[in-house]
Write a protein that binds this ligand. Structure first.
Ligand SMILES: [Cu+2]
Length: 298
């Protein structure tokens, strides 16, 4: 059963968050490394809600073990001056925040094991409301961190100002993450190229949805209820073809925004509003309204 991630909201124009960047190994054989940005009270990769014009202050401590390797980075530097296998930083994907040090700077920013770094981001007053996300972005090791699940949603609130129809609907924040299949077998039959999760709920063998091995992630809905689904492809390598399926039949979904751009707005390059499936390339997000069914396979 899929649950919404925990959520934190700004107040008086500021959202203050402390993160511990930490890891563990899962129980698969061979074990896969998992990563998390965790708040002091144990929220894992929570959804961060801000409003246009807000400040987002993130203080992150890298509590992963001391890394191996080490490469000196030419100045100007931001944080540590060497990169190793434990380095981390945070990218605020899609936001129109500054690429300067201590904001959305991902090329030079390095926070190594045992170090603490403070971000202080200013969201512009005209930041488009919508779904964004955050994740580690150190060159060369971002894939490993992201596949370990260190990613969360970042919502600029106010979408109902541009799409009033979604204002009263129950919202779901849905993050699709991917991970290596244990042992990296060749994809074939029911062995997918990647293991995929929806808000950490594993979805088995998506190569063959009719197989008895296929176990979908399930969302409960009331009959006739409309829900506002906000989906981020937070995977590293997986291109998604999403459908909303009830009793094996793809249901109609109404797309209201893609990558923070409301459909049918002046910035929308094409009309993509009604469909039964949505293709998601890497690192896209979309928001959709759906109804009729009581569960979703993804
Ligand atoms: Cu990104």
């Amino acid at each position: 059963m899929v649950q919404n991630p925990a959520a934190l909201f700004s107040s008086d124009g500021v959202l203050n968050v402390r993160f511990s960047y930490q890891h563990r190994f899962d129980s698969s054989i061979p074990a896969r490394e998992l990563f998390c940005l965790m708040t002091p009270d144990g929220l894992q990769n929570p959804t961060l809600h801000v409003n246009p014009g807000d400040r987002l202050i993130v203080t992150v401590t890298n509590n992963t073990p001391v890394g191996t390797g080490g490469m000196t980075i030419n100045p100007p530097n931001c944080g540590d001056t060497t990169m190793n296998s434990s380095s981390v930083n945070i990218h605020y994907h899609g936001t129109n925040t500054s690429p300067k040090c201590r904001q959305d700077e991902v090329i030079k920013t390095l926070v190594n094991s045992g170090e603490t770094f403070r971000y202080n981001l200013s969201f512009p007053l005209n930041e488009p409301p919508g779904l964004y996300w955050y994740h580690p972005h150190v060159h060369g090791i971002a894939e490993h961190a992201l596949q370990g699940a260190a990613a969360g949603a970042l919502v600029v609130d106010g979408i109902n100002n541009v799409q009033p129809a979604v204002g009263s609907l129950r919202q779901r924040i849905l993050l699709v993450r991917d991970q290596h299949v244990p042992g990296n077998p060749n994809p074939t039959g029911n062995v997918p190229s990647w293991d995929v999760t929806l808000n950490y709920v594993p979805i088995t063998s998506p190569t063959d949805p009719s197989s008895s091995n296929f176990v979908p992630a399930i969302l409960n809905m009331e009959p006739g209820e409309k829900q506002f689904l906000r989906v981020s492809n937070s995977s590293s390598d997986t291109i998604l073809d999403l459908q909303y399926v009830f009793d094996g039949v793809p249901q109609q979904i109404q797309v209201v925004a893609i990558d923070g751009v409301p459909v049918n707005s002046q910035d929308d390059p094409q009309s993509r509003s009604v469909s039964t499936s949505v293709d998601m390339t890497l690192a896209t997000s979309f928001s959709t309204v759906t109804s009729l069914a009581t569960r979703i396979w993804a």
